[in-house]
Design a binder for this molecule. Structure first.
Ligand code: PHE
Length: 368
């Protein structure tokens, strides 16, 4: 048909007929579902072949138009049905082809599920939590970034107190001072806590006596790193505040702890010690885990190993915690988790624990 030729009803009829015939051949030739979809839009789409034929409808005798329209609808329905049927066949055979070609090896071994475990230091921490929980201690945690006021002043160490030298402190720099090339400690006294003892003060502020808490956590000191020192380590602090708490209670508690953690046969001793926040203060020793007390390199020939510091909470510390020392007494102790972990597994170098080498860490899957 050329544009100047007016289509007649007959010519439209034969065009529709031709479309129907060619469509079913082309449909049969379509190799896959995508081909059929492309054919659908070529035939029935908005500017598809059927639409193009029907553009001639306007020139046809008015009496003939409805008949041609009916025929066109019939062709459209027929084509749509044929397209759906063809799609169904093709999709079915595509599935069949996949089923035929893909194989599943039912005998292949399952994929291994790798289950991790706690870091040995954290597993010691869990054991400590469990042990002290049985004696009525709850866990109370404090911030790793502290103030000098909490880390020192509240613990009976005023700014010029010489005992501050016992803790080599990492200071947070005053904002801007590093960029200015003159780093100096923050004016608000922000530091990294050097021990978990400031959590004693926080616990006293947050809780009312009777208080029984342990406060596990990470601490920081300005230390050169070697086999037994690091700038980052873990402590567990214990604090008890009650009416008539005594040194005997502290000794009983720690002896219980030493036997539970290091074995029934472990011997213990208290030595006088010094901490500004406890009075009296003590170092708590256990018989050497390596030689049993006869003296070896691990215990410096003394037969003893110091595992924690302890004492009766100083009245000034109780007061800083808002507690009346005439009414209440308390005891406190603090121990390093890293050392306990090294001893438990006979690990010779602290740096092994701090590294992230799974070949090493995976040798210590559970507890003891
Ligand atoms: N805070 C002390 C330290 O880090 C340990 C300690 C805690 C001593 C509680 C006495 C009482 O060395």
């Amino acid at each position: 048909m050329t544009p100047d030729q007016q289509p007649t009803a007959d010519s439209l009829r034969s065009q529709l007929e031709a479309l129907r015939l060619s469509a079913s051949e082309r449909l049969a030739a379509a190799a896959d579902a995508d081909g059929v979809e492309a054919l659908r839009s070529a035939l029935l789409g908005r500017s598809g072949e059927l639409t193009v034929v029907l553009r001639g409808l306007g020139g046809v005798d008015a009496a003939e138009r409805p008949k041609i329209g009916q025929l066109a609808n019939a062709v459209r329905e027929e084509l749509e049905a044929a397209i759906s049927a063809r799609l169904e066949v093709l999709r079915g055979s595509e599935l069949e082809a996949r089923l035929a070609n893909e194989t599943i090896d039912m005998t292949a071994p399952g994929r291994e599920v790798r289950i991790g475990h706690l870091h040995p230091t954290m597993s010691v921490e869990r054991d400590l939590r469990e042990f002290f929980h049985a004696f009525g201690f709850e866990v109370f945690e404090g911030p790793e970034i502290e103030t000098e006021a909490m880390n020192f002043e509240a613990l009976n160490m005023p700014p010029d107190h010489p005992a501050r030298d016992l803790w080599d402190t990492l200071y947070v720099a005053e904002p801007g001072s590093v960029d200015a090339g003159e780093p100096r400690p923050a004016e608000d006294g922000t530091i990294l806590r050097t021990h978990t003892s400031p959590v004693q003060i926080r616990a006293m502020h947050a809780l009312r006596p009777p208080i029984r808490v342990i406060t596990p956590g990470r601490c920081f000191r300005y230390e050169a790193v070697d086999a037994s020192h690091n700038f980052e380590f873990f402590q567990v602090e214990g604090l008890v505040v009650d009416h008539a708490t005594s040194l005997a209670d502290l000794k009983g508690m720690l002896e219980e702890f030493a036997r539970a953690f290091y074995g029934e046969g472990t011997r213990t001793r208290f030595r006088p010690g010094y901490y500004p926040f406890t009075e009296p203060s003590a170092a708590f020793d256990i018989s050497c885990l390596v030689c049993g007390g006869s003296g070896c390199a691990a215990c410096g020939r003394s037969g003893w190993m110091t595992i924690l510091g302890a004492g009766m909470v100083h009245p000034a510390v109780l007061r800083a915690g808002g507690i009346d020392p005439d009414e209440y007494q308390g005891y406190a102790f603090g121990m390093g988790l890293d050392r306990i972990t090294l001893l438990r597994h006979a690990i010779p170098d602290l740096r092994l624990l701090m590294g992230a080498d799974l070949r090493f860490l995976s040798q210590f899957p559970a507890g003891r």
